[in-house]
Each structure stands twice: as structure tokens, then as C-alpha cells.
Write a protein that binds this ligand. Structure first.
Ligand SMILES: [Zn+2]
Length: 388
């Protein structure tokens, strides 16, 4: 079995540089043979404009051939990588067996549910894991949390990559999007993605629960601490490195949400793992609920491997609303790496242990905040039990 040539590994995406037929053979600073073996120089691996890449994506070969410019956009799904291998080689080590044994579906790759994640990613068994069930009775009011101030969240033109990474649909976000207030430091956006259900007719799919109730879907807007760290790559393993802004989503019969439709209308173009499409504008502000002033706050982890426990979570109290037709489209449009419909891509809630959940409002008061969840919550669907 040959050794793959240059590789790039993002979140579930593996790319291979195809043999070069141009007039400049041996591009990059290493030969292909050395490239996957020489760990010393992994951070200086470079690529050229006329390189062509092929997405291997979870053992499924030959999905697409991409010019460098297109591959560069995929690299943006692993922000901060600067299209070098710095962001990738750690993952590559884990995925190499997969690449050398083509078409071994699922091997070296995690799937839902999360029962076996900790065998390969020990942190997934940690004491500060996400998601959690937020029991509003036990939430502590902390007015010093303040309110969120978001910049760059409005309508932006540009090129934004939407990709099926095998675990979700993920949209790359520009580095001009920040949370500048409401967190201990400034955080810069990297990407957003969704979690959903759909395996049964009544299946909701949010990751966080409120008082045991699961919502239809959940959107995660992932940020990194740009005040402390130079890139997403650097921040993703460091203390307070990441912050996720969470929007719970409920579906209602009626009209489509036109802002979510700008994303969902492309789902048929990214049916297979690794497929991607470029959006010419984004408007994340309008993906948020009308009132995004109230939130829950706790410290936790990534809800996917490697489950790193360095995430400051902000869960907006008010949900966003999409139509039931849009929810069904989200639940039935894209495939996972086993070529099955990607459904129920949410993790079961984890014990709170010694952590506490705070709110920037009074969760027990008699004001409108206290009635929020009883008003908007969908029909209860209790997901297991939750120790606090
Ligand atoms: Zn997520």
C-alpha cells in the first residue's frame, strides 16, 4: 500500500494532494515520501497555487478534485491552520490507518452515541463535560455576567464555506465576527454547526436540555479566545481557549425562517461527506432569537471528540424558530461517512458534578424570565435522567 502524499485533515475531512503534473515537480519543502513521516517539519509544509487536492473523507475516495483555492476554503474549517499541517498532523496520526486501508468504513472515526469515545479520547470521560441538563431551580443569578455584545454578526458578503463534515453541517465564519463583551475576554468566531434528531417521528435533537426538556435542534457558534491566543489552532487545547454561543431551535408549523433557509437551501448540494458549497453572504445575527439578552453560563467541554474541557458555554434562553418543513429537511438531507442519513448527531447530557450554572437574569423570579421556558418549550421529551 502506498503512503499518501500530502494530507490535510480538518473536522472529519481528509484531503490528499494529487501527484503533480505541472512544470514544477516536488513542490513543498519535502518530498511526498517524507511528508507523512517527518514530524519535525510538519509546521513548515507548504502548498502551491497549482496544487490539486482530492477529498478522501472517511475512507470514501475520489469525491471531488479541488484546485488549491478551493482546498484553501476547506482548510478554513480548521481555522488558524493557515493551510499548513500544523493543525492536522495530530489527527493524521490517528487517521493514518484509515487511509492506508481504504474503504474501511468508520474505522478510526467516531460516531454517535458517545459510549466508546473515551477509549480513544480519554478527556470525553472527564468531570466537566458538555452538554448538560440546565435545571433552572439550581441556576445562580449573576448580574455581573452582563449582556453579550456581538460585532460583525450582521450581513457580510464574501465567500463562506458550508461543508458536510460527516458529523454535522458546518459553516466557516469570518475572523471579523467577535464577542467583545459578556465573556472574560474577546472571542473571535470560527465556525457554526448544527445538532439535530430525526431518527423517530418525535425525535428532538438539541444537546442542552432545560429542565429535562430537549429542543428540536441546536446551533453552536464556536469562538476562540483571540485576546489570549493567536489562532483557533493554538486556542483549542488551551485554558479558556474556546467559547460556544448556543442557540436552541424549535420548529413550528408555518412559514420558513428565511435566514436559516439561506443555509438549509444548500443541503442537497452537500449530501455526501466532504462535499461543500460556497455561500456568498452570511447573516448570523438573524439566526439568533429576537431577544438574545438572557443567557445561561457554565464551564464545560466540546461535545464532540476530543471533548476538550476548555469551553465557556453561553446558552441563550430564548430559542430561534424554524418551520417543521425546515427541520425535516435538516434531519433528512445529508449523509454520514457510512452513507446513512445523518441523524441524532447530539450527545447525551453529562453530570454537572461540582460545576454551577449561572444566569445573567433571575431564573427564579416571577418576572417574564421565569415564564420563558414554560411558554416556549415544546412537548416534553425527557432524555434520560440527570444527576446534578
Ligand atoms: Zn456542536
Amino acid at each position: 500500500m502506498r503512503t499518501p502524499s500530502l494530507l490535510w485533515v480538518g473536522d472529519g475531512v481528509v484531503m490528499e494532494r494529487l501527484p503533480h503534473f505541472g512544470s514544477q515537480p516536488g513542490l513543498g519543502r519535502q518530498t511526498d515520501r517524507e511528508s507523512t513521516q517527518d514530524k519535525e517539519s510538519q509546521d513548515v509544509q507548504t502548498f502551491q497555487n497549482n496544487d490539486i487536492f482530492r477529498i478522501l473523507a472517511s475512507g470514501k475516495r475520489g469525491l471531488q478534485k479541488l484546485p488549491f483555492s478551493r482546498a484553501l476554503k476547506i482548510a478554513a474549517t480548521c481555522p488558524g491552520s493557515d493551510f499548513r499541517l500544523s493543525c492536522t498532523m495530530r489527527t493524521l496520526v490517528a487517521l493514518l490507518p484509515l487511509l492506508l486501508i481504504p474503504h474501511t468504513e468508520g474505522s478510526g472515526h467516531w460516531t454517535y452515541p458517545d459510549n466508546e469515545w473515551s477509549e480513544q479520547y480519554p478527556t470525553c470521560a472527564g468531570k466537566s463535560q458538555s452538554p448538560i441538563n440546565i435545571e433552572t431551580e439550581n441556576v445562580l443569578e449573576n448580574r455581573t455576567l452582563g449582556t453579550l455584545e456581538l460585532t460583525g454578526y450582521g450581513l457580510q458578503d464574501g465567500e463562506f464555506l458550508l461543508i458536510n463534515n460527516g458529523h454535522s453541517i458546518q459553516l466557516s465564519l469570518p475572523s471579523s465576527m467577535h464577542i467583545i463583551r459578556g465573556l472574560p475576554q474577546v472571542y473571535t468566531a470560527a465556525q457554526l454547526h448544527f445538532h439535530w434528531g430525526g431518527k423517530t417521528a418525535e425525535s428532538h435533537g438539541s444537546e442542552h436540555l432545560i429542565n429535562g426538556v430537549q429542543f428540536d435542534s441546536e446551533m453552536h457558534i464556536v469562538h476562540y479566545n483571540s485576546e489570549k491566543y493567536g489562532s483557533f489552532d493554538e486556542a483549542q487545547t488551551e485554558p479558556e481557549g474556546l467559547s460556544v454561543l448556543t442557540v436552541l431551535i424549535q420548529a413550528k408549523k408555518g412559514q420558513d425562517n428565511i435566514y436559516y433557509e439561506k443555509i438549509f437551501s444548500h443541503l442537497s448540494e452537500i449530501q455526501n461527506v466532504g462535499e461543500n458549497v460556497t455561500l456568498n453572504s452570511i447573516d448570523v445575527e438573524h439566526l439568533l432569537p429576537h431577544d438574545s439578552s438572557r443567557f445561561f453560563r457554565y464551564f464545560g467541554s466540546l461535545t464532540t471528540p476530543p471533548c476538550t474541557q476548555n469551553v465557556i458555554w453561553t446558552v441563550l434562553v430564548n430559542p430561534a424558530t424554524i418551520s417543521t418543513a425546515q427541520l425535516e429537511k435538516l434531519q433528512n438531507s445529508v449523509l454520514n461517512s457510512n452513507n446513512q442519513i445523518l441523524q441524532n448527531n447530539f450527545r447525551e447530557v453529562k453530570p454537572l458534578n461540582q460545576r454551577r450554572v449561572e444566569a445573567n437574569f433571575s431564573p427564579k423570579g416571577k418576572g417574564k424570565e421565569s415564564r420563558l421556558w414554560s411558554r416556549f418549550l415544546p412537548k416534553p421529551q425527557v432524555q434520560g435522567s440527570q444527576e446534578a
